[in-house]
Design a protein around this ligand. Sequence first.
Ligand SMILES: CC(C)(COP(=O)(O)OP(=O)(O)OC[C@H]1O[C@@H](n2cnc3c(N)ncnc32)[C@H](O)[C@@H]1OP(=O)(O)O)[C@@H](O)C(=O)NCCC(=O)NCCS
Length: 183
Amino acid sequence: MVIEEKWFTLKDGREAVIRSPREEDIDGLLDYLRISAGETEFILRYPEECGKYTYEGEKKLIEEWTVSEDICMLVCVVDGKVAGNCEVRRSKNLKTKHRASIGIALISEFWNLGIGTQMFEELIKVAKGWDDVIQMELEFVEGNSRARALYEKMGFRIVAVHPNAIKTKSGKLLNEYLMVKEL
Ligand SMILES: CC(C)(COP(=O)(O)OP(=O)(O)OC[C@H]1O[C@@H](n2cnc3c(N)ncnc32)[C@H](O)[C@@H]1OP(=O)(O)O)[C@@H](O)C(=O)NCCC(=O)NCCS
């Protein structure tokens, strides 16, 4: 899916754009995937697991998702740099096509500037445009108070806990929380 570009002003006064990804974003996306993986325990990949992401792989994904009616991926670009991305996807299965799931992450230098809020507004708009979808879902890792605050602000509530869903390299076990927003 492709959406119209959305320009907005960050909390630090810079201009940013949220839009569908293009081939010119691929190098920035690969940097973002690797950098963000090393900056927080709250996303599900370590930097050494990012070797599987390649220019060609990302290009194929962008091409597929551009024409897909079921997935909308967005990037935020600030001063020519990919700050992060997000996506919403609806299930294709008959029994679950009323549900849409969300993923989002930004490089740390772009946290707390309002990008997550703007991205969520776009993702919610996309999900509301899908006739069958009646609820949006996401998970966050225990301790991710910034993500939780954002999700609650956007109307999501915790409905379940997945005990010990994450085990970090240091052996720490962390719960994951499932949140839902009815549309
Ligand atoms: C989580 C994330 C996507 C949020 O995006 P963001 O652009 O930083 O979010 P915003 O700036 O739009 O909003 C963050 C809100 O949380 C609040 N906040 C920030 N830190 C907080 C904290 N420690 N506790 C509670 N609230 C906090 C901010 O004040 C802001 O609320 P406001 O808009 O009412 O002032 C981003 O920080 C990120 O990529 N983090 C690392 C990866 C990650 O955790 N991804 C989510 C996996 S589930």
